[in-house]
Each structure stands twice: as structure tokens, then as C-alpha cells.
Design a protein around this ligand. Structure first.
Ligand code: HEM
Length: 368
């Protein structure tokens, strides 16, 4: 563990060992409240406005459980299993469009972005026709190179859009996640318009940005490791293992798992005082040689399920079953339907998201 200086004079602890990262993410003395002045805001660089209820990702303890509990079943293994035929159809249609686009085609544009975006829109009941609006706003929101005021403005625009959408759904709840939450809350007397807008905001952003980046990076890694690609192509039973390994290998959220101490605590023998910030570095933890042999090698057969790419503890990714299903279906279908898929240029020419809080690539030109 090291103490580091963040931009703007703030100091924070950086955790790099797998054991320390897991201990921190499970420690009730470490809070996710982004409004706490000690919270190391490397992730978004902007504090949520005071008049907007924090989504579950910024809540602790009982308030966090109360926000998370009602939506857990929406992302359970059986619920996600039931979505698989529709996800398959969405993936097939995206690949049709990619193949029709002519070569070289940008995989990010035709596959990585539309698949998770369409899936989360249908699940929530958000019109996909508006995807360009919220995709562009969420890309701005997670881009550290963009001015903080502009990032705040992007967040406000998405929130206003969702506020209007939730109001419409309150008048006429449909059979979608937001509609079901409205009916459930009405039945148990816990209706909360602002809370629902917050939830929709979190799911919409978390649901497409992350998975889209993993589709691009996962494809890139397989195309540049032909031995590993061969293993996945020859035996589809390997794909779920490959997905775990790709999640470990890239750990795209990396420093996004931050906390602030609300009581004195200790991680890996290092005392942490109340008020101090902590960043649990997922990429370092997932490359910890104490836990993963030859950690820098991509090995799709390793069985890396104990990685922390989805976090750990009470905030562990709510959408992980959905993300796994989307990634498995995408890689299986893409490798089977486009066996000659290849990068259109050199790896060094691919524009990567060095400036974003969630790692990925902006474009991935491919041929077949
Ligand atoms: C939380 C990663 C996909 C919804 C998290 C966290 C990580 C993560 C690391 C923990 C944050 C923390 O502890 O502060 C990922 C990755 C994904 C992915 C790598 C894709 C490959 C998704 C999807 C959804 C989603 C598809 C929803 C549709 C959420 C939510 C939380 C969360 C709601 C907050 C949970 C809570 O605070 O209790 N995710 N995620 N994620 N994720 Fe994901």
C-alpha cells in the first residue's frame, strides 16, 4: 500500500494487493459516499449534486441494502438466463449490420456499443431511439480530459431526460424494470420518484459503458493471441472461462473502486484514519502474483473467477450475470460467424481510452 497525491492536493491510499483490495471493499469503516469531502474523486472528478438522491453505488449500510434489495432479482441468474434468446438476437443483428457495413468496419460502432446499449434499454424500458443522446453524454461523463463543468452538464442532461421518462412511466407503468419498480413501490408504500431516477441513471450508465469496453478489448486480446483464440473457437465450453480471464486481464474499472474512511481502521497492517481516502486498484489486485500465476499472461483456461473486476463485498457489481451473458454470447457468435475476423491495422494504431475512468478503446477497425 502506498500513499499518493491526487490531482488537486488530495492524498489517498492506493491498495495493490488482492488481499488488501478485498479487505477494503468489505470493510464497513470504508464508505462509498461521494459527497464526503475525503472521498477520492478520481473516478468522476465531480461530486453528485446535493439535490439528487445518491444511487446505491454511493450509499452505505442499511440505506445501501434498501436501495439494492428491490432490484437484485432483476439481475439474478434465472432472470438473465431468460434474456439470453433476446440477447442472441440482438448480437446476430449487430453482426449482420457489421458485415453489411463493408471492410474495414469499426467493431465499437457496430457491435460493442449497440449490444449492451440495446439490452439495458429494453430491460429498463428506455427508448433505444434516444441512444445517441445518452451514449454521447455518458462518454463525456467518464472522460477525465473533459472539463468538470461540462461533465456535470452531461450528467444533468441525462438526469433530466430520465426524470421525464420516469414521470411518464409513473402515469402508465409498463412491463419493464422501471415499471415493475413503480408498481412494487406503490404496493408497499415506498414510492420515491427521485430514487427511481437515480437508479435508472446508474443502470443506464453502468449497463453499457463497461460491457461495451469489454467487448472491444476482449475481441482485441483474442485476435492478438491466436493460440488463445483457437482454444475458444475449438471448444465453446471454454468461452465462460475466457470471459473471466479477459475481465481479470483488463480490469477496466481499476481505480473506480474508491472509498473514504468514516472510522479508524486497518488494511494489511496499515492504519487508515477516519477521513482518509482509499483507492482499491483492481488491475493491480488482478495481477497479484501471490494469487495468479504468470499474472501478465492471458490464459483462457486458468479459471480466474476469484478476480475483483466486478469489485467485492456489498457493492459487488449488480449487473455481473448480465455482463457475463452478453460477453459469452458475443464472443461465441462472433468467432463462429466471422472465422476470418482480423484487425485492420496495427495494435499501436488503435485509439485507447487513456483519458477515461473506465478503460477501453474508441475504435477497433476489423476486416474478415
Ligand atoms: C458496481 C464493474 C457491468 C451495474 C460495479 C463495481 C464494479 C463493476 C467494479 C463495483 C463498484 C464499487 O465497489 O464501488 C463492472 C464491469 C462490467 C459491469 C467490469 C462489465 C464487464 C454492469 C452492468 C450493469 C452494472 C451490465 C447493469 C446493468 C452495476 C451497479 C453497480 C455496479 C448497479 C453498483 C452496485 C452497488 O453499489 O451495490 N460494477 N460492471 N454493471 N455495477 Fe457493474
Amino acid at each position: 500500500m502506498v500513499s499518493a497525491q491526487l490531482p488537486g492536493d488530495q492524498r489517498t491510499w492506493l491498495l495493490t494487493r488482492h488481499e488488501d483490495v478485498r479487505a477494503a471493499l468489505a470493510d464497513p469503516a470504508l464508505s462509498s459516499n461521494r459527497r464526503n469531502p475525503g472521498f477520492p474523486l478520481r473516478a468522476f472528478g465531480v461530486r453528485p449534486p446535493a439535490d439528487f438522491p445518491q444511487p446505491m453505488i454511493g450509499l452505505d449500510g442499511a440505506a445501501h441494502s434498501a436501495a439494492r434489495r428491490p432490484v437484485i432479482s432483476e439481475f439474478s441468474v434465472p432472470r438473465v438466463h431468460a434474456l439470453r434468446p433476446r440477447i442472441q438476437q440482438i448480437v446476430d443483428e449487430a453482426i449482420d449490420t457489421l458485415l453489411a457495413a463493408g471492410q474495414p468496419a469499426d467493431l465499437v460502432r457496430y457491435l460493442s456499443l449497440p449490444v449492451p446499449s440495446l439490452v439495458i434499454c429494453e430491460l429498463l424500458g428506455v427508448p433505444y431511439a434516444d441512444h445517441e443522446f445518452f451514449q454521447s453524454r455518458s462518454a463525456r461523463l467518464v472522460n477525465r480530459a473533459v472539463d468538470p463543468d461540462e461533465r456535470m452538464a452531461a450528467a444533468t442532461e441525462v438526469r433530466e431526460y430520465l426524470d421525464g421518462l420516469v414521470t411518464e412511466k409513473e402515469r402508465e407503468p409498463g412491463d419493464d424494470l422501471l415499471g415493475r419498480q413503480i408498481l412494487r413501490a406503490r404496493a408497499d408504500g415506498t414510492e420515491d420518484h427521485g430514487g427511481l431516477v437515480s437508479l435508472a441513471f446508474l443502470l443506464l450508465i453502468a449497463g453499457h459503458e463497461t460491457t461495451a469496453n469489454m467487448i472491444s478489448l476482449g475481441t482485441l486480446a483474442l485476435l492478438t493471441h491466436p493460440d488463445q483464440l483457437g482454444l475458444v473457437r475449438d471448444d465453446p465450453a471454454t468461452t465462460p472461462l475466457a470471459v473471466e480471464e479477459l475481465l481479470r486481464y483488463f480490469s477496466i474499472v481499476d481505480s473506480g473502486t474508491a472509498r473514504v474512511a468514516v472510522a479508524d481502521t486497518e488494511i494489511g497492517g496499515q492504519p487508515i484514519a477516519a477521513g482518509e481516502g482509499v483507492i482499491a486498484l483492481g488491475l493491480a489486485a488482478n495481477r497479484d502474483p501471490q494469487v495468479f500465476e504468470r499474472p501478465d499472461d492471458l490464459d483462457v483456461t486458468r479459471g480466474a473467477r476469484h478476480h475483483v473486476a466486478f469489485g467485492f463485498g456489498p457493492h459487488q457489481c449488480l449487473g455481473q450475470n448480465l455482463a457475463r451473458a452478453e460477453l459469452t454470447i458475443v464472443f461465441d457468435t462472433l468467432l463462429r460467424r466471422v472465422p476470418t475476423l482480423a484487425l485492420a491495422g496495427g495494435v499501436e494504431d488503435i485509439p485507447t481510452k487513456q483519458d477515461a475512468t473506465i478503460y477501453g478503446c474508441y475504435e477497433l477497425p476489423v476486416t474478415w
